[in-house]
Design a protein around this ligand. Structure first.
Ligand code: T5A
Length: 226
């Protein structure tokens, strides 16, 4: 007897510096996929589940900073573990597509490349928290630092712990994301995000069609009943 189960959904992440337009593009891509009838879950890090959202407050308001970069990395990992278990993995398993605003590459870049946390610690935490829930496609939105700053400066909110870093930090951040993209060209795609939101969205959409939709949107796959 044949029983059907949903094919795992696709997992897409957006990465990049402050004000590169990640949240904007997450929404635009979700809208386009939903128009095709695809079940889409949008989420973010740090956060994305009740437990992880509680940890987000501690991470972004600077409470955790005095504990040092390794402890901070472990709290990002604890938040990610809850997010993956509670939100991402169940959504993918039921066949939904998940689009996440920041994920593991933010830890590699902010805590690893710039925070000098040992790469072995970061990779070990990834194995524990992510396992095989690795993104199928990661967009690295690239903008000159001054463009990103100009976009977020008019928000008038208090800067979070990371936005308060010096300009040199953000220049290095940009370089680190580009280096990461070069090291994983199959998964990561750099997008020039200095164009208008619509132009950037079109570029992203073409890549999703090329890399994921051509392979087949979520569908039911036959499975032999046990
Ligand atoms: N962090 C996170 C770590 O250190 N380690 C980790 O493991 C993780 C997961 C998260 C912070 O946590 C750190 C990294 C971050 O510093 P956050 O509050 O979630 O902080 O902030 P960001 O992710 O940096 O998001 P931002 O809101 O700052 O920027 P976005 O999402 O990139 O940009 P967006 O879409 O909100 O747009 C910003 C403004 O620009 C406009 C928008 O309308 C908006 O006003 N805009 C454009 N304007 C012109 N042209 C375009 N193409 C535009 N796109 C957007």
């Amino acid at each position: 007897m044949i029983e059907s189960r949903p094919k795992r959904g696709s997992f897409i992440t957006f990465e990049g510096g402050e004000g590169s337009g990640k949240s904007t593009q997450v929404s635009l891509l979700a809208e386009r996929l939903r128009l095709r009838g695809i079940d889409v879950v949008t989420t973010r890090e740090p956060g994305g589940s009740p437990g992880a959202e509680a940890m987000r407050l501690l991470l972004l308001n600077g409470v955790v900073k005095p504990l040092g970069p390794t402890a901070e990395t472990m709290i990002f990992a604890a938040a990610r573990d809850d997010h993956v278990q509670t939100t991402i993995a169940p959504s993918l398993a039921r066949g939904a597509w998940v689009i996440c605003d920041r994920f593991m590459d933010s830890t590699r870049v902010y805590q690893g490349a710039l925070g000098s946390v040992d790469e072995r610690i970061i990779r070990t935490l990834e194995r524990v928290t992510i396992g095989d829930t690795i993104p199928d496609l990661t967009f690295i939105l690239d903008v000159p630092v001054e463009v990103g700053f100009a976009r977020v400066s008019h928000r008038g909110q208090e800067k979070d712990r990371f936005e308060s870093e010096e300009i040199e930090f953000h220049i290095q951040l940009r370089e680190a994301f580009l280096a990461l993209a070069r090291s994983e060209p199959k998964r990561c795609l750099v997008i020039d995000a200095s164009q208008s939101p619509e132009t950037v969205a079109t570029r992203i959409w073409l890549a999703v069609v090329e890399r994921l939709l051509k392979l087949g949107a979520p569908q039911t796959m036959p499975r032999a009943a046990s």
